[in-house]
Design a protein around this ligand. Sequence first.
Ligand SMILES: NC(=O)c1ccc[n+]([C@@H]2O[C@H](COP(=O)([O-])OP(=O)(O)OC[C@H]3O[C@@H](n4cnc5c(N)ncnc54)[C@H](OP(=O)(O)O)[C@@H]3O)[C@@H](O)[C@H]2O)c1
Length: 418
Amino acid sequence: MDTHKQLTIGLFGFGVVGEGLYKVLQQTPSLKASIKKVCIKHPGKKRNAPDALFTTDKNDLLQDPEINVIVEVIDDSKAAFEIVSTALQNQKDVVSASKKMIAENLRALLDLQEQTGRSLLYESAACASIPVIRNLEEYYDNDLLHSIKAIVNGSTNFILTKIFEDKLDFQQALLLAQQQGFAESNPALDVEGYDAANKWTFLLTHAYGIVEQTSNIVFNGIQNITTGDAIVAKAKDQHIKLVAQAKKLQNGKVAAFVLPQFVKQDDHLAFVKNEYNGVVIESGFADKQFFYGKGAGSFPTASAVLSDISALRYQYKYEYKKLYHHKPHELSDDFYLRVYISFDDLKYIPREKFEWIEEWYAQEARKYLVGVIAFKELKQNTWWKENNNSLVVAADPVIEEVETRKLKKKSLELAGIL
Ligand SMILES: NC(=O)c1ccc[n+]([C@@H]2O[C@H](COP(=O)([O-])OP(=O)(O)OC[C@H]3O[C@@H](n4cnc5c(N)ncnc54)[C@H](OP(=O)(O)O)[C@@H]3O)[C@@H](O)[C@H]2O)c1
C-alpha cells in the first residue's frame, strides 16, 4: 500500500471551515497535502490568501487530472451534491463537511461510492472535532452497540446553557448565540432541530446500518422550551438538552429520535455545555464511553477535515460495515416514551392519547403533565409541537412494553382526570 500518497487538493468554499483548513494545512507540512485551487462563489470578496489560488469555475478543480482530492465545505447543499457526485465520478476522493447535503442524499452517495470505488469521508459533518464516525465504523461491532445518545448541535446547546445558567429567556439566549457566532442569522435549521436530525440520519447508518431520510426521524428543536420548563427541570435537579438518541430494543429493532430531554446531573451529557458536543456510547462489555469536544468553529471543524484528508493517504474508506457486512437494523415505531409536556391551554392536549399520566400540575398560567405515550402518536401527529406545547422526554424515556389498559384508567383516576 502506498502510505505516502501525495495529495493535491481542490477546495470548494473559503468560509469559516475552508479558510480554517487553509491555515491548518499551512501548519502541517508533513502531511504532503497541498491546495492547488480554491473555488468560491463571490469573486469580489477580500481573501486571506493569494488571488491566483481562487476561481469561480468548478471545472478548474473537477476536471483537473492532477487534483486527486476534492474538499467540499460550501453552504449550499444542492451545489454541494453536484460537486461531490461529479468529483467521485471523475475518480477523485472527497472530503465533505456538508451535513445537510449528506443527509438529503445519503442513499445516492452510498451508491456512488460503490459504483466509483472512491472514498467519501465526512467526519466533520457529525460532531465537528469529535471523531465519532470512524469510531462507530471501526470499533463498535453491530451486536455490541446497545445505545448511543449525543448532543450534536452546538448552537442549541449554547442557548440551553444560557437559559439554565444565566437565566436568559429563549430570545435573549438566541441573540447572544448569534452575537458570538454560534447561531446563523436564520437560526431555524439549528433551533428547530433539523441540523441535529440531519446528522442523526448518517450517524444511524454508521452505528446500525440504518438508511433513512430525515423526514422519517421523529425530531423537534428547542424553540418551545420556556423558562418555566427550566424551572421544573431545576426543581427536579436536572438539565434540559437537545439529545439525539438510538437504543436497541429487545426485538432487535432500534428506537431513534431527536428531542429535548431531561438530563440528570450525573449523566455525562450534563457536563456538555455551551457550544460543545458530547456522545455517550453504551456497548456490551465496555459499559459507557463518553466523547467530548467542540462541535463547531473554524479550527475544530478543520481539524476533522484534516484528519479525513490524512486518512486518504492510506486509501481509507468507510466500509459501512453495519450496512453491508452485518444484517442492518431497522427503526421501530413500536415502543413508548415517558414525556413531560407543558402547555398554555388543556384544549391543545389530547389527554386520551396518553397511556397513563403520572404527574399533573395546573396551578399557574403554564401547566404541565408527565405521562407515557406511544411513540407512534408522536410520529403520526404534530399537536405536541404546536400551539406553544413544549415536549421534553424523561431522562430514561424508552419503555418497551406497557400494560396499558390496567394502568391507564387507574392513573387517570389518581390524577383526578377521569
Ligand atoms: N462552521 C462550522 O462550524 C461548521 C461545522 C461543521 C460543518 N459545517 C459545514 O461546513 C460547510 C461550510 O460551512 P461554513 O461555516 O464554512 O460556511 P460559510 O462560512 O458560509 O462559507 C461558505 C463558503 O462556500 C462558498 N460557496 C457557496 N456556494 C458555493 C458554490 N456554489 N461554489 C463554490 N463555493 C461556494 C462561499 O463562497 P464565498 O466566500 O464566495 O461567498 C463561502 O466561501 C457547511 O455545509 C456547514 O454546514 C460547518
